[in-house]
Write a new protein. Structure first.
Length: 338
């Protein structure tokens, strides 16, 4: 079997990508520092897929350790998901985000080049668009992140594009995620944030499970139909399928750093998400209104047309599916993997 090395493969996105890859016939090797994830998640991937990925507890910033992993695994391609990802945390501590995310990516690219591994799928983010002039947002839109997290993603995109330009043997795909939510329908893997969740759905699920009293709703005066922010929520398994499609394209795209939005093309408000979660869980899910958070934007959803045309990929799962599958995870793991 052809092997993909997945950095951050024990995390939320990484575990679902691992399941999708193994289901598509790939062998998977995982690199993860476990700073924000759990080894139990890798075991759960094995339970779903019928075989456990090879697992290396390594920080991507450790060049010597990454050299050893690359020499042992000898992957056909790398899916780079490792990195810090909280918008509010990046606003509060920008230097930590710049040092961690940029260093880990630079080390990974250096080690890949050294070992002749030149196929890469990178986990970017719709935060690179900042406050968009128009929605839906196409890949050609003006870029201008509104927070340090988004800037780290944009700088890494540029880093990868420069590497490909300098050595046309490289082939890279940059996937700009919108808002991944939900879980594998088995309920065996899902989002298990360390500490207080920074994203909407995991917080909602913890409120529904009784782990938290109520959701803090940041901003009810946005210029949107119900006053709450609009986002493009995409089922994490649709997102994972997008990675499979991207990997399968790499062999025919040498010398390119292609960019694709992964989203549904529809904006969903916070209040709509709360209503859908109440329907899926049968719980009241109370919330408390607060002022807007620094770094948040009012409206952001994708134009996913390019991914459909060039990768043959399209999001198919509904908001109800996202809430139902997220609840399948949370209701059976009320304290997460612990």
């Amino acid at each position: 079997m052809t092997t993909a090395l997945v950095t951050g493969g024990a995390g939320y996105i990484g575990t679902h990508v691992g399941v999708a890859l193994m289901g598509a016939g790939w062998e998977v090797a995982v690199v993860d520092s476990l700073a924000n994830s759990s080894a139990a998640a890798v075991d759960a991937v094995g339970d779903i897929a019928g075989r456990r990925p090879r697992f290396h507890v390594v920080d991507c910033r450790d060049e010597s350790a990454m050299d050893s992993v690359m020499a042992e695994v000898r992957p056909h391609a790398v899916v780079h998901l490792a990195g810090l990802k909280s918008v509010p945390d990046s606003v509060a501590d920008p230097l930590r985000y710049y040092r961690h995310n940029l260093e880990s990516s630079a080390v990974l690219l250096t080690v890949m080049q050294r070992h002749g591994v030149r196929r890469l799928v990178f986990s970017s983010s719709a935060t690179v668009y900042g406050v968009p002039e128009h929605v839906p947002v196409a890949e050609s839109a003006v870029l201008g992140p509104a927070n340090p997290y988004g800037w780290t993603k944009l700088v890494i995109e540029q880093m990868i594009a420069d590497v490909v330009r300098a050595d046309t043997r490289w082939s890279a795909t940059l996937l700009r995620y919108f808002n991944p939510v939900g879980a594998h329908p088995s309920g065996l893997i899902g989002e298990d944030p360390v500490g207080v969740p920074g994203n909407l759905m995991p917080y909602l699920l913890q409120v529904a499970a009784g782990r938290r009293e109520r959701l803090p709703l940041y901003g009810t005066d946005y210029p949107t139909p119900d006053g709450t922010a609009l986002r493009d929520y995409i089922h994490v398994m649709d997102l994972a399928d997008g990675h499979v499609a991207a990997l399968e394209r790499l062999d025919t795209s040498a010398g390119k750093a292609a960019i694709y939005n992964l989203g549904t093309g529809r904006g969903v408000s916070v209040l709509e998400m709360i209503a859908a979660m109440r329907e899926a869980t049968g719980h009241p899910v109370p919330y408390e209104e607060h002022d807007r958070r620094p770094g948040d934007v009012p409206r952001l959803w994708a134009d996913p047309g390019r991914a459909h045309r060039e990768l043959g990929w399209k999001a198919t799962r509904t908001l109800a599916d996202m809430c139902r599958d997220g609840w399948a995870w949370q209701s059976t793991h009320p304290q997460g993997y612990a």
